[in-house]
Design a protein. Structure first.
Length: 131
């Protein structure tokens, strides 16, 4: 025996990566077929033990939610978080500028309307001939 075989763990599998996916697909097909046959024969596979009471079920759900939210706090690295904060600040400034611009456009529209009214009144006054 050479040294590579001496040091090799007998529990390690030496599978060619090209054969892993077909082997897993075959395994799942056979397992699904076996489950269908068991259901047809009336033999249901054993299920996990049901929770003793609702309190244990609620505790399990609470722990699961806590784990989920703990994972969600680590979604963004500090660098990405600073980029998002900067983007949020910049977009807030841009939104503020757009709101100011909209207000100025509305104000300009009102001034144009008042200007037209004043022109009309001036023309009426000049045509009245009451100078």
């Amino acid at each position: 025996m050479d040294e590579a075989n001496k040091n090799a763990n007998p529990d390690d599998l030496n599978l060619d990566p090209d054969h892993i996916v077909p082997a897993l697909q075959l395994y799942h097909e056979k397992r699904d077929q076996m489950l269908i046959e068991q259901q047809l024969m009336g033999q249901m596979p054993k299920k996990k033990a049901a929770f003793v009471n609702e309190e244990e079920e609620a505790d399990r759900k609470k722990k699961k939610q806590k784990m989920f939210w703990n994972k969600m706090t680590d979604v963004l690295s500090q660098q990405k978080l600073s980029v998002w904060r900067s983007l949020d600040r910049t977009l807030a400034n841009y939104y503020e500028m757009l709101v100011k611009r909209q207000n100025l456009i509305e104000e300009t529209g009102l001034l144009n309307q008042q200007n037209e009214e004043l022109k009309t009144l001036l023309n009426q006054y000049l045509q009245a001939g009451v100078n």
